[in-house]
Design a protein around this ligand. Sequence first.
Ligand code: IPE
Ligand code: IPE
Ligand code: MG
Length: 244
Amino acid sequence: MIPILKKNRKKELILPKHIAIIMDGNGRWAKKKALPRTAGHTFGASNFKTIAKYCSKIGVKYLTVYAFSTENWKRPEEEVNSLMLLFKEYLKEALSDFQDENIRVKVLGDKSAFSEELQELILNVEEASKNKDGMVLNIAMNYGARSEIIRAVKLLVNEVQSGNISIDSITEEMFSKKMYTEDQPDPDLIIRTGGEYRLSNFLLWQSAYSEYVILNVLWPDFKTKDIDDAIEKYSNRNRRFGGI
Ligand code: IPE
Ligand code: IPE
Ligand code: MG
């Protein structure tokens, strides 16, 4: 039982080992308040910090958040620039703030598209937190599940061509290890805020048996209590994995 989640809840809760979140709805949140979309991202980024720390506190082992997709480059330059600025600010903060947190940060996605400064910050944060043994925080940035799968195929083809493995020896486990998530377990629970019923190119391979909780709440309004509620919903699901 997770003590922090005990209050007013009838049933024993099952804590998902790996939670993934599609943090959607920043733009609509800003529009509702007659603010520029970029303001929605600022509030969204601040909320992300609160939620990540909360997940670590309640004992979640892996948290994966979708921060920027390979398709999000299509947005107006001003919006993309402000998102890049927020990533930089967050990573700089993480370098000092995370000294006290037992969180290991990993960035999932193609980092080569980012500015040199941002790439360096990512490396610094990953390096500085690599020995933390608490929660693993995966930040999916310039992440697309289809390109992740193509990347995995290329890595395996390379190994076949260099004679390390044979085509017939390729297994699902080997394929999984070529994903950005490498040795991590698949997400048990995927939460999407903003109310859309789609994956938007997120974790296509890893989500084969994930449980979904889709909420109408916009990301900047998402509270720690919504995590508790999602965990309660998850606890009531009957995961069969194709069995009975
Ligand atoms: C999610 O919020 C953040 C990113 C995709 C970077 P959106 O910006 O997609 O917000 P909506 O969906 O337009 O409201
Ligand atoms: C998914 O949200 C990507 C992130 C939350 C980073 P989008 O807003 O990009 O997804 P669509 O366009 O509604 O599918
Ligand atoms: Mg959106």
